[in-house]
Ligand binder design. Structure first.
Ligand SMILES: *Cc1c(COP(=O)(O)O)cnc(C)c1O
Length: 375
């Protein structure tokens, strides 16, 4: 499909919703009979919850996880029939908001359990919730002593309609890491203290650790968006995102000329340079700057890889296209993320991870969602 960039746009982020749906189905098949939910926090990892949630629902997804109450409200409107869980739990005073949106908080401390139970008693009905228990990540989750207190206060549990007990893995990207088995054991011991509930431990990488980690429900986010974080074998998903930006100008340098702020890169030969309308304000990290003696990011122009040289600035990058065969013109598109340019590779070069690459994609590029209809 030829890509038409509107004349006022600097670049375009294309989200392939057909690929997204295929990814969800592939993961759902892999973990069956466990349920495959979808994590759509942070605007579906920056790709647009408004398009991603309905597409996933059409693919068959029935359970969504967001982080915040605001995201939960949005998800509820987009998927009126789905289950929506808020991973950040219950903020003080936010119970009426969550009740109104029919959202289940993932309660992660005794204080949150008490506040949700008190809202339930106030409304004279049991309120839906998930319980997060800590199994060794030491982020959110009830500690062992809190679990023991909770089971000794049956009036608290009676006020809640608990739908799920969950925990989160610290080292799931590395199947050889001993922490995985330790957390699984801790999860089993701790949830055994509670009434029997559907359980969930795995996100994108955890589901690759095998069926012992699937329990009743898995919660992938990154893998749905084409992310590959599991270290020992590919996750059965395909890329979803392509990012392209406009070439504004092509210029010629002489040997010895320098490029960009602080003149960090000098041409060692006659050089052709493309100036591309993408900068750190668009999510092209400043850490992708190239300098003499230090490789930076890579883009493709005319299907050929070409290195970023000089500093990445707020709105612009400079690309050495000397070795790109054929002409490059003003108005051509450079690919920043796409075939041969994975979010993981970009993350590595920038000293971060693909997750951060996705969630930092800026708002100046136009976004186009393709496909995503009924499956
Ligand atoms: C973000 C998050 C997920 C999804 O993780 P991915 O690695 O993106 O699959 C699942 N569970 C919890 C608690 C999370 O915070």
């Amino acid at each position: 499909m030829p890509l038409k960039l509107p004349p006022d746009a600097t670049g375009i982020i294309t989200v392939d919703l057909d690929a997204l749906q295929a990814n969800w189905r592939a993961l759902a098949e892999r973990v069956a009979p466990a349920e495959c939910a979808a994590v759509v926090k942070a605007d579906a990892y920056g790709l647009g919850a408004a398009e991603v949630i309905p597409a996933l629902e059409l693919a068959g997804c029935r359970t969504f996880f967001v982080a915040t109450p605001e995201e939960a409200r949005g998800a509820r409107l987009l998927a009126p029939k789905a289950r929506v869980f808020a991973l950040d739990g219950l903020f003080p005073g936010a119970a009426p908001l969550l009740v109104a949106a029919d959202v289940a908080p993932v309660l992660a401390s005794l204080a949150e359990v008490r506040e949700w139970a008190s809202e339930a008693r106030h409304l004279s009905r049991r309120l839906p919730a998930a319980l997060q228990i800590d199994s060794g990540l030491n982020r959110l989750g009830l500690a062992l002593d809190e679990i023991k207190t909770l089971v000794n206060e049956p009036n608290l549990l009676d006020a809640l309609d608990l739908r799920l007990v969950m925990s989160h893995l610290a080292c799931a990207d590395d199947p050889a890491h001993p922490h995985n088995a330790k957390q699984r054991t801790a999860f089993n011991r701790r949830r055994a203290l509670l009434p029997a509930l559907p359980a969930s431990l795995a996100a994108s990488d955890g589901l690759m650790l095998g069926s012992a980690f699937h329990y009743d429900l898995v919660r992938p986010g990154y893998a749905l968006y084409g992310g590959q974080a599991f270290r020992s074998e590919p996750t059965p998903v395909s890329p979803v995102v392509t990012v392209k930006a406009r070439v504004l100008q092509v210029r010629t340098l002489r040997a010895g000329d320098s490029v960009g702020y602080s003149a960090t890169w000098q041409a060692t030969r006659p050089t052709r340079l493309a100036i591309v309308a993408a900068g750190y304000a668009d999510g092209f990290a400043r850490a992708l700057s190239g300098a003499s003696g230090r490789k930076g990011g890579v883009v493709t122009i005319g299907g050929q890889k070409a290195p970023v040289v000089g500093r990445v600035s707020m709105d612009l990058i400079t690309v050495d296209i000397t070795d790109v065969p054929g002409e490059v013109h003003r108005g051509d598109l450079a690919t920043l993320i796409g075939p041969g340019l994975t979010i993981e590779a970009m993350g590595r070069t920038a000293g971060t991870i693909g997750y951060e690459v996705l969630t930092r994609l800026g708002t100046r590029f136009v976004r186009r969602h393709t496909g995503g209809g009924a499956c």
